[in-house]
Ligand binder design. Structure first.
Ligand SMILES: Cc1cc2nc3c(=O)[nH]c(=O)nc-3n(C[C@H](O)[C@H](O)[C@H](O)COP(=O)(O)OP(=O)(O)OC[C@H]3O[C@@H](n4cnc5c(N)ncnc54)[C@H](O)[C@@H]3O)c2cc1C
Length: 343
C-alpha cells in the first residue's frame, strides 16, 4: 500500500462531517492518508484535516475551483491520481462524492464501490462491505483495482476525535482544466429550508402517511377541497413533529408517501429513492415500514416506531414499538422531553 486519499467534501469551506469520518476510515487501512481539498480560500480546511488524522494535504486552490463543478474537480482528482498512484480514494457518500468518484473512475479505468459501511485491508487489496437489494443483503467485496474508488456511508464509521496538536505537509496543486474549457458555470445558490441536515443528524424524527390521519383537526373554512384538507392536517402534524424534533435537536424525515402526497418536501424523504441515514436514534411516526423506506434507515442504531397498527412491518425492525395514535404520543413525548431538559 502506498497510501489512501480522502476527498474532503465541503461547501465554501464548510466540510461535511462525513469527510472526517472518511479520514478516520482511511487511517484503519494503514499507510499515509492524504486529504484532497479543492476550492478557493479553503486553506484553513487543511489544518482541520490534519487534526482529524490526515498526514498530508493536496490543496487545489484556483478561481475555477471556487464553486463545485464535477468536471473541474474530477479532472483534477484524476490527474493527481494518475501521477501519484494512490491505492484507494475514499469519498463521503454525498451527491458530490458519488459524482466525482464516478467521473474519476472513467478517467482512471477503475470502478466505484458505493455506500460502503465497513472497510479493511486484505493483503494488497481492500475488502469492503456495502448493502445491496435495498439493504436486505450485505455484500462483501474485495477490490484489487488501483486506485479503488470507494464512497462511504455517512455515520457508518463513527465520528473521529480531533487532535489539535497534529499538523502535516500541504502541497499546492494547479487546476487541471482552464476556466474556458469548463462547460458549466454556477450562477447562483438558493437556500433550501431545513434546520438540521438529515445525513449528519444523530437523531431523526420521521413522519409518514399516518401524519395526515387526525380527523379531529378541523381545517379553516376557506379550505373546502378534500385533498387540501388532508394536506393541511398533515402539515399541522409535521409542525407537531417539528416541535418534538426541535426539543431533541433532531432532523425531520419523511416517508415517500408523505412526500408524494405533498405533506413535506422531497429533501426530507428517507429511503431507497430518498436519503440514506444512519442516526443513533430514528423515530418512525405513522410509517408502515415498506422495504423501500427501510432501505434508507435500517442501519440506524436504535429505531422507535409509533403506529396504530400492531401488525405494521416497522415493528419487526424497531427496538421499541408503541402501538397507538401518534397524535396522542408525540405531544406527550415533547412535553415530557421539554420538562426533563429544562430541569
Ligand atoms: C421504486 C420505489 C421506490 C420507493 N422509494 C421510497 C423511499 O425512498 N422512501 C419511502 O418511504 N418509500 C418509498 N417507496 C414507497 C414505499 O413502497 C411505501 O409506499 C411508503 O414507504 C409508504 O409510506 P408510509 O409508511 O408513510 O405509508 P403507509 O404504508 O400508508 O403507512 C402509513 C402508516 O401509518 C399508520 N397510521 C395511520 N394513522 C396513524 C396515527 N394516527 N398514528 C399512528 N400511526 C398511524 C398506519 O397504520 C400505517 O402503518 C418507494 C416505492 C417504490 C416502488
Amino acid at each position: 500500500m502506498t497510501g489512501t486519499w480522502v476527498y474532503v467534501d465541503h461547501f465554501k469551506g464548510a466540510a461535511l462531517p462525513a469527510s472526517y469520518e472518511a479520514i478516520a476510515a482511511a487511517k484503519t487501512l494503514g499507510g499515509p492518508v492524504t486529504a484532497l481539498i479543492f476550492g478557493e480560500g479553503v486553506e484553513g480546511l487543511a489544518q482541520t484535516a490534519f487534526h482529524y488524522g490526515a498526514d498530508e494535504v493536496l490543496l487545489g486552490e484556483d478561481a475555477s475551483l471556487a464553486d463545485y463543478r464535477a468536471e473541474a474537480y474530477a479532472s483534477l482528482l484524476s490527474k493527481l491520481a494518475k501521477e501519484q498512484q494512490p491505492d484507494a480514494v475514499l469519498f463521503p457518500t454525498s451527491t458530490r462524492g458519488r459524482e466525482i468518484a464516478a467521473m474519476a473512475a472513467i478517467d482512471l479505468d477503475s470502478g466505484v464501490l458505493p455506500d460502503v459501511t465497513e472497510i479493511s485491508k486484505d493483503g494488497d487489496s481492500i475488502s469492503a462491505t456495502h448493502p445491496i437489494y435495498a439493504g436486505k443483503l450485505l455484500s462483501k467485496v474485495t477490490v484489487s483495482a488501483k486506485p479503488a474508488l470507494i464512497t462511504l456511508r455517512g455515520r457508518a464509521f463513527g465520528k473521529p476525535v480531533a487532535d489539535t496538536s497534529r499538523s502535516g505537509n500541504v502541497t499546492k496543486v494547479a487546476a487541471a482544466m482552464a476556466e474556458g474549457d469548463l462547460h458549466t458555470k454556477v450562477v447562483d445558490y438558493a437556500t433550501v429550508e431545513g434546520r438540521v441536515s438529515l445525513a449528519d443528524a444523530g437523531v431523526i424524527v420521521s413522519g409518514g402517511r399516518g401524519v395526515a390521519n387526525n380527523p379531529a383537526l378541523t381545517p379553516p373554512a376557506e379550505i373546502t377541497d378534500e385533498k387540501e384538507k388532508e394536506i393541511w392536517r398533515a402539515q399541522q402534524g409535521f409542525l407537531m413533529i417539528g416541535e418534538l424534533a426541535q426539543a431533541m435537536g433532531a432532523a425531520v424525515g419523511a416517508s415517500r408517501a408523505a412526500v408524494d402526497a405533498g405533506y413535506i418536501p422531497y429533501a426530507n424523504q428517507v429511503g431507497q429513492t430518498g436519503k440514506v441515514v444512519s442516526p443513533d436514534l430514528y423515530i418512525a411516526l405513522g410509517i408502515s415500514g415498506a422495504i423501500q423506506h427501510l432501505a434508507g434507515m435500517r442501519t440506524s442504531k436504535v429505531i422507535v416506531a409509533v403506529n396504530k397498527d400492531p401488525d405494521a412491518p416497522i415493528f419487526k425492525l424497531a427496538r421499541f414499538g408503541v402501538v397507538g395514535d401518534l397524535y396522542e404520543i408525540v405531544p406527550a413525548l415533547t412535553k415530557a422531553l421539554k420538562e426533563r431538559l429544562s430541569k
